[in-house]
Design a protein around this ligand. Structure first.
Ligand SMILES: [Zn+2]
Ligand SMILES: [Zn+2]
Ligand SMILES: [Zn+2]
Length: 289
């Protein structure tokens, strides 16, 4: 067994990769030709494909980096824990004080059976977990069908007398953040094939299922399903726009000022102005009441 491993290590050490930017001939044909010409029959070739960014892409990415440095999205920024005593577990925040972070891939673990569930959210972590807990409760209390997460967690309460509360369900859960993305860059890929949040979730599911396939409860539709994230506009904490263009210092939502309607007060010594009404209809006198 060990000798096999050593052999494999040797093989890995001997593989060298070259990057070829452009070739007129199909690259595998060219390599075969070269190998035969120099009589290198022992050489084994494997290919790995990756795309080079072109100049346009490089400029674009540089511009985006420069525009988004020191920018933070007001709706997606990390906020300190604001858990109240009722939502805490044994006097502690369930999320180790990271309950108000968004754009995360999280791992929820059942304390009873040690099963794991990987999920992602663009909302605050706390909001998403609370949705999960409510789903578990509706499944236990009202027997409404829901996702795989709720099915696994509700399985422990099949013989439960009385109603399950979210507080009880929260106690059997352990939540940790596996990855957090940058809100501004993540938002750009939402709804697309290469959504960074969805991709990272898939990667983490893959890694964990390789390590311990029996402990993952994620179903295949989470892995193959389309992205459900919705791109949103950002409200930035700081703006880089020049002051000529932005008259308002902050990009915060502006509420209209309350206007109180008061009757116009005429000053006492106002001028008496006489206006002559043109005689359109042929009246010579104005009727007075
Ligand atoms: Zn908290
Ligand atoms: Zn369980
Ligand atoms: Zn997505």
């Amino acid at each position: 067994m060990q000798s096999k491993k050593l052999e494999k290590d040797k093989q890995i050490n001997w593989s060298i990769y070259f990057c070829i930017g452009y070739s007129k001939l199909p690259i595998h044909k060219l390599l075969k030709e070269l190998r035969n010409r120099f009589d290198l029959k022992w050489l084994r070739i494997s290919m790995s494909y990756h795309k080079f960014p072109n100049l346009g892409q490089m400029f674009q990415s540089d511009l985006t980096t420069q525009l988004t440095t020191n920018l933070e999205s007001l709706d997606f920024m990390d906020l300190p824990c604001n858990c109240i005593a009722r939502t805490k577990v044994n006097g502690k925040c369930l999320f180790n004080g990271e309950c108000q972070k968004s754009m995360v891939v999280y791992k929820a673990k059942c304390k009873l059976c040690k099963m794991l569930c990987i999920g992602n959210t663009q909302q605050k972590l706390k909001t998403r977990i609370n949705q999960h807990l409510t789903e578990v409760c509706t499944l236990v209390n009202k027997n409404k069908t829901s996702d795989t997460f709720a099915k696994y967690f509700a399985a422990h309460y099949t013989n439960k007398k009385g109603k399950l509360t979210t507080g009880e369900a929260r106690k059997m859960m352990e939540v940790s953040i596996e990855w957090q993305g940058k809100a501004i860059s993540c938002n750009k890929s939402f709804g697309k094939m290469n959504c960074s949040l969805c991709m990272k979730e898939r990667l983490i599911i893959l890694q964990l299922s390789k390590k311990d396939p029996a402990s993952i409860i994620n179903s295949s539709n989470e892995f193959y399903g389309a992205c459900r994230h919705k791109p949103r506009f950002h409200r930035y904490t700081t703006t880089t726009c020049p002051s000529v263009l932005m008259t308002n210092a902050s990009s915060e939502r502006v509420r209209p000022k309350l206007t109180v309607s008061t009757p116009p007060v005429l000053p006492n010594n106002s001028l008496q102005v006489c206006v002559e009404i043109p005689n359109i209809l042929g009246y010579t006198e104005l009727d007075t009441v």
